[in-house]
Design a protein around this ligand. Sequence first.
Ligand SMILES: *[C@@H]1O[C@H](CO)[C@@H](O)[C@H](O)[C@H]1NC(C)=O
Ligand SMILES: *[C@@H]1O[C@H](CO)[C@@H](O)[C@H](O)[C@H]1NC(C)=O
Ligand SMILES: *[C@@H]1O[C@H](CO)[C@@H](O)[C@H](O)[C@H]1NC(C)=O
Ligand SMILES: *[C@@H]1O[C@H](CO)[C@@H](O)[C@H](O)[C@H]1NC(C)=O
Ligand SMILES: *[C@@H]1O[C@H](CO)[C@@H](O)[C@H](O)[C@H]1NC(C)=O
Ligand SMILES: *[C@@H]1O[C@H](CO)[C@@H](O)[C@H](O)[C@H]1NC(C)=O
Ligand SMILES: *[C@@H]1O[C@H](CO)[C@@H](O)[C@H](O)[C@H]1NC(C)=O
Ligand SMILES: *[C@@H]1O[C@H](CO)[C@@H](O)[C@H](O)[C@H]1NC(C)=O
Ligand SMILES: *[C@@H]1O[C@H](CO)[C@@H](O)[C@H](O)[C@H]1NC(C)=O
Ligand SMILES: *[C@@H]1O[C@H](CO)[C@@H](O)[C@H](O)[C@H]1NC(C)=O
Ligand SMILES: *[C@@H]1O[C@H](CO)[C@@H](O)[C@H](O)[C@H]1NC(C)=O
Ligand SMILES: *[C@@H]1O[C@H](CO)[C@@H](O)[C@H](O)[C@H]1NC(C)=O
Length: 403
Amino acid sequence: MGFSFTASLLAGAALAKGVLSAQAIPTEFSGVGGVAANLTYNATGDFNTSTQPAAYTPAGGIVPLEPSPTYAPLSDFDYQSLSLALYHEYFEYDLFNYGLTRFSDEEFDAAGINAEYRHLIRFMAQQELGHIELISNMLGPDAPKACQYKYDFDSVGGFLDFAQKQTQWTESGVYGFLEHLDSRAAANLLLQSITTEARQEMSLRQLQGLFPYPVWFETGLPQSFAWTLVSPYIVSCPAENHKVVWQNFPGLHVVSPPTATNFTNGSYPQYPNGTYMYPAAVSTNRTLPLSLPGQIVEFSWEAPGQPIGPNTSYITNTTAKGQPQFAAWISQLNITYTPLNLTGNNSGATYQPSVHLYNDSTQQVINGSSFVVLTDVALPLTPFNLSAINEHIVAGPAVYASG
Ligand SMILES: *[C@@H]1O[C@H](CO)[C@@H](O)[C@H](O)[C@H]1NC(C)=O
Ligand SMILES: *[C@@H]1O[C@H](CO)[C@@H](O)[C@H](O)[C@H]1NC(C)=O
Ligand SMILES: *[C@@H]1O[C@H](CO)[C@@H](O)[C@H](O)[C@H]1NC(C)=O
Ligand SMILES: *[C@@H]1O[C@H](CO)[C@@H](O)[C@H](O)[C@H]1NC(C)=O
Ligand SMILES: *[C@@H]1O[C@H](CO)[C@@H](O)[C@H](O)[C@H]1NC(C)=O
Ligand SMILES: *[C@@H]1O[C@H](CO)[C@@H](O)[C@H](O)[C@H]1NC(C)=O
Ligand SMILES: *[C@@H]1O[C@H](CO)[C@@H](O)[C@H](O)[C@H]1NC(C)=O
Ligand SMILES: *[C@@H]1O[C@H](CO)[C@@H](O)[C@H](O)[C@H]1NC(C)=O
Ligand SMILES: *[C@@H]1O[C@H](CO)[C@@H](O)[C@H](O)[C@H]1NC(C)=O
Ligand SMILES: *[C@@H]1O[C@H](CO)[C@@H](O)[C@H](O)[C@H]1NC(C)=O
Ligand SMILES: *[C@@H]1O[C@H](CO)[C@@H](O)[C@H](O)[C@H]1NC(C)=O
Ligand SMILES: *[C@@H]1O[C@H](CO)[C@@H](O)[C@H](O)[C@H]1NC(C)=O
């Protein structure tokens, strides 16, 4: 007796279609419920049964039983934040496709990126299509459209390294505003897309033969950091795209340690004969770190007033007072300031800090991709209010690779 696997699959698919298209019976919600947040809430573990909005549901929370959630922006803050995320999703879609077509199969193979891995990257591009659709739907007909981009890598290694850092800052950019969105419903869906992004970032690190996640916590960044980082790569956007509100800070460059040495080479080192030292792997324990705590880090930075971004229609700006005094290292849960010595009009040096996340831990705060800005003062800040640093930034952020 013959058995057709394909036929049974098709039958299953047809069955699933019928099930899915069956009319769902609407559920009656009993209401929104909840009680106002209590800033002096006593965290004892006891709960009050007489204020529960539904069975097995504790009082409080931000509309967890909302009968008709609004998956759309509810303020300028929401719109501009979601729009920023959409700019990044379009960029990633373009970046993955560009990288896949820019290099030949032979070049990918030589870098240890075989057909299976290339398909993984191709699938990442397809995921971006879904993210673009999601955010465009939330923003409506005036949502920004795709732009034209430029890239400055010229090897498979450079492509992977750029894509890895780019997915990291997109992810971090969203973590920075997600919890501040007025539309909790939109935040819900965006979180579900950005966690996919986080997986892409991890896989890209593995394709580079890097340790997959060298941190305990992923960093969150203010929106203007993410906009400053992506803008230099956006050449032009359609005229219908509205201007975005976020700031472009003056560019900051890490002069030393150099990102390309024989051992580090933009996280993707090769032996002199061209063989990659760390081929793609689930996890790699590197004996030669990219950079070390305590080492001197030299920066150069640009003066404000430079045209940048789509159609060079944005101008870099700073509202900091005078010369930078500190380097602010933003990584994991921490904002760490180190004194900056000026060595020229637009150059200075500091030390890579050696700080631990918690006193008793072995985890260095500065590990993986950190973000460095130069500031005029050392404002004590934490992840939830980090954007207060913006008005003190002289230049940055720069993406700093360590570990
Ligand atoms: C907030 O919590 C404190 C401590 O449990 C309690 O004394 C107070 O009544 C609560 N306030 C409200 C508005 O529920
Ligand atoms: C918080 O709960 C503890 C333990 O039940 C109690 O001793 C304390 O008085 C409570 N504090 C407030 C502000 O209600
Ligand atoms: C529980 O909530 C009810 C209704 O708000 C309130 O009257 C009561 O005091 C609360 N009980 C406790 C232990 O907080
Ligand atoms: C940006 O430049 C492109 C290409 O020249 C042009 O089509 C587009 O209208 C410009 N956009 C804006 C906002 O001026
Ligand atoms: C870095 O890697 C690229 C290819 O990924 C290679 O062309 C270049 O020579 C390397 N540079 C150093 C300093 O090893
Ligand atoms: C890097 O490798 C090249 C080729 O082997 C060698 O000539 C050069 O001295 C090395 N540079 C450093 C800084 O090790
Ligand atoms: C390239 O050099 C490395 C380190 O010396 C060696 O392990 C590797 O086998 C060499 N690859 C080729 C293709 O010769
Ligand atoms: C990995 O690196 C750590 C830190 O350098 C070292 O203690 C450990 O022995 C290494 N493990 C392996 C399997 O190489
Ligand atoms: C920077 O922004 C401030 C505040 O909006 C403005 O007064 C200043 O002219 C801007 N500077 C430049 C160089 O655009
Ligand atoms: C700094 O700028 C001033 C004025 O433009 C110039 O005279 C001086 O040479 C510069 N110093 C350095 C170290 O570049
Ligand atoms: C900055 O200057 C101070 C005082 O001269 C010095 O102790 C420190 O080592 C310098 N830092 C760097 C990174 O050069
Ligand atoms: C890093 O942040 C955590 C969480 O806020 C804090 O407990 C820790 O002390 C910070 N570490 C340093 C070195 O500031």
